[in-house]
Design a protein around this ligand. Structure first.
Ligand code: UD1
Ligand code: CA
Length: 453
């Protein structure tokens, strides 16, 4: 499945992995996340910084194939990292950061006696994909190891992959320990490995800190295997995927890489994005055909946008469902639903649990919260619709307020179908305006309004 230079292409990976799909032996996955991440200059631990809305360590966890049992090594910032990963992974602590090999040693209680394969990953690699890890696992030889490498344009700082005259990996030399000649090598260590666990344990037991940084290098396990004639395989992956984030510039680069990938996919599926540089889309977002995104649009979380929508201006839509043909300008929609052919904004705010029907109008400076708005109802301007149920084909005129809070509790109000609520009306909850009623401007409603009155 490799080409001449030993590179593994994704398409090959896929075929290969499908072939191997029957084998579902569990695999230990040790994720190193104890380092300080000094260059981030942050009070947030490095691995909790987000790329495209998801914490880097979460991305690494997500990239682990389903048969993995993750173990996260925490140290710096453990008070924040441990609670974050606890739900999905086992957590071990590395009290002093004595190197990557030492970090893996902290997971020994979970590795000793185990006969399968062990994946080792760094927590700061947000672009790693599951496909690549599946390939790495697949390629791991019995009693040996497979490691991920890439060809870096600028290999400064990375460990270099040294190969013998036959092209086999012989060792990894850290930048700080490398000779001038070794530093010319552009193939670098990604810091992602899959070991036969017993081979790993033997390697870990031999580590010393006799090097420039006086650290226990995990990389020395590779040289150990080679010296003992155990098989070591290098899998060459795309440089981007192997990128480790060490500072905010690399964080931005990872973000841009993912954003571009996501936006290209939408464009290929028939979405117009006028200026992709100025649009932000997270990866779970779904967008229908012929929808147009103007600059300033931000689509987050599990959001679905229908077909033929036009989204304009500085707008944020988060965890929401938008129907077809919706026009939205300069508005914020959070955890809400908007029916087809409805217009929203400019400057509307739909707060959680709002459900606006089809063919509605939510105009300027209208706030809707925890409310249902029936089909064809208009909320043209300057209203607060909180904790309300409004029927179909109503007109809620300018300045209407659903007075939902008496200082102690919040209560709901109802306006039934075909009502007209005039300007500057207060509806003091809990109150009901029955079907087809007409409320004149300036009224403060504190009692039920009869149907048709
Ligand atoms: C490491 C590799 C290098 C590789 C590079 C890729 C070693 C010795 N070097 O170098 O070959 O090219 O990654 O990015 O392995 N960590 C701990 N505890 C420690 C030290 C590190 O948990 O005591 C964690 C860090 O949080 C990080 C990962 O291990 O997630 C890598 O550590 P880092 O110090 O960034 O290694 P590099 O010097 O970049
Ligand atoms: Ca690093």
């Amino acid at each position: 499945a490799c080409n001449k230079s030993g590179s593994l292409y994704r398409t090959n990976c896929y075929e290969m992995c499908m072939k191997g799909a029957e084998s579902v032996d569990s695999i230990k996955a040790v994720i190193l996340a104890a380092g300080e991440g000094k260059r981030m200059k942050s009070t947030t631990p490095k691995v909790l910084h987000k790329v495209c809305g998801v914490e880097m360590v979460q991305r690494v966890l997500n990239a682990c194939p389903s048969q993995c049992e993750p173990i996260v090594v925490v140290g710096h910032g453990k008070d924040k990292v441990a609670p974050f990963v606890e739900q999905t992974a086992k957590v071990v602590e590395q009290k002093e950061q004595k190197g990557t090999g030492h970090a893996v040693q902290m997971a020994l209680p979970y590795l000793e006696g185990y006969q399968g394969k062990t994946l080792i990953l760094a927590g700061d690699m947000p672009l790693l994909t599951q496909n690549t890890l599946e390939c790495l696992i697949e390629k791991t030889p019995a009693q040996g190891a497979a490691l991920l490498t890439s060809i870096a344009e600028d290999p400064t700082g990375y460990g270099r992959i040294l190969r013998d005259e036959n092209g086999h990996v012989s060792k990894i030399v850290e930048h700080k320990d490398a000779t001038e000649e070794e530093r010319l090598v552009k193939e670098v260590n990604a810091s992602v490995y899959c070991f036969d666990n017993q081979a790993l344990l033997q390697g870990l037991a031999q580590l010393t800190c006799d090097n420039a940084q006086q650290e226990y290098y995990l990389t020395d396990c590779i040289e150990f295997l080679v010296r003992h004639n155990k098989p070591v395989v290098a899998v060459v992956a795309e440089a981007a995927e192997c990128m480790g984030v060490n500072d905010r510039i690399q964080l931005m680069q990872a973000e841009q890489y993912l954003q571009e990938k996501i936006k290209r996919q939408h464009m290929q599926n028939g979405v117009t994005i006028i200026d992709p540089q100025q649009v932000y889309i997270e990866e779970n977002v779904i967008i229908g055909q012929d929808t147009i995104l103007y600059p300033g649009v931000m689509l987050k979380g599990n959001t679905s946008i229908g077909k033929n929508c036009v989204l304009m201006g500085s707008s944020r839509i988060e965890n929401s469902v938008i129907g077809d043909g919706v026009e939205l300008q300069n508005s914020v929609v959070v955890e809400s639903e908007i029916g087809s052919e409805t217009t929203v904004g400019p400057f509307a705010y739909l707060r959680p649990h709002s459900k606006v029907g089809c063919g509605c109008k939510v105009g300027d400076f209208v706030e809707v919260k925890n409310a249902n708005v029936g089909d064809g109802t208009k909320l043209p301007h300057l209203s607060y619709i909180g904790d309300a149920d409004i029927g179909k084909a109503c007109n809620i005129a300018c300045g209407t307020i659903f007075v939902n809070y008496d200082g102690k509790i919040k209560q709901r109000s109802t306006v039934e179908d075909h009502c007209f609520i005039g300007c500057n009306v207060n509806l003091v909850a809990p109150v009901t305006v029955k079907e087809g009623a007409y409320v004149a401007a300036g009224t403060t409603v504190t009692e039920e309004v009869e149907a048709g009155s």
